[in-house]
Ligand binder design. Sequence first.
Ligand code: SF4
Length: 355
Amino acid sequence: MSGDAGSIPDATAEAPAMAGGGSQPILNVEDLRVTFSRHGRVVHAVNGLNYHVYPGRTLAIIGESGSGKSVSVRALMGLLPPSAHIEGSARLDGTELVGLDEKSWRAVRGQQIAMVFQDPASSLNPTMSIGAQLIEAIRMHSPIKRGEAAEKAIELLKLVRMPSPEKRVKQYPHQLSGGMRQRVVIAIALSSDPKLLIADEATTALDVTTQAQIMELLADIQERLGMAVIMISHDLGLAACYAHKVLVMYAGKAVEYAQTRTLFSNVRMPYTKALLDAIPQLTTPAHAQLTVVGGHPPDLASLPEGCSFRPRCPNATEQCGAEPPLEEHEPEHSYACWHPAASGGSLAGTKEEPR
Ligand code: SF4
């Protein structure tokens, strides 16, 4: 991926020949469903998700809070509570993840799939030095001697462009800035050379400058290592800059799915359009009221009949009482809507312009 800030990655070649890459998806998700049973209510958090991710490519999963995006990727990591019931299929490089027992998870989680969470402070142990945490992570995945692991720890810190890595390994998390802590978390995630890295709102807690630096870093590392990346975000501008494909989720379902350039040059699903319209623009006058997506996301334990976006949608008609299927209406562009927005909706609402 090109890492230029302010550019949309070239998503035209979906299956790149990259280091460690190939022409086959590394991850295939088919009809993934997650429900939670609570106090006699069944919450349908993920309702039949389908997507694939290629090595060396980034898929952004976008949506409001409660759309099911984080639950869907936590299912891939075996990180959901026992109350979760998971159905469907998620195959990582041929290994079926749905239904794995805890022993099998240990060979996958943190090794083949690694995850970077939103808050680096809570991902790190405040009582251990950065070096000790890295060495522990390295030795968990490969039985190497401590001295060798210490050298690898410094290499990993260099990989994530940590300034003065020899000094940082002796420091504790509270002695580092938020951006540096997130670099350490990424270094720990990379310590097992994962095939898939999941970044769950990984830059949300950071200031805009540090956010851009971390995203550039992830893009650069991905290009060098050929990893697949899933980025979970509510930020369409970030997805426009760094993802090759975008999947928009609403009420646990994919409602629009396309190559990044295709999606942002021709938004069709009214929900995606509403998300775009809610992004403040440089031309927005100071003190002007910001646009918001009207209404509220539906109760996942009591979804409305038909299209779940119907109560909030300006285009809704009676036909929307029947659920629209997610179909490929245009090449590499699927959306679930009976009355899509006019063709040609563009990136106007996002922070960045295409190259
Ligand atoms: S199917 Fe109907 S309610 Fe749903 S997004 Fe399309 S127009 Fe709106």
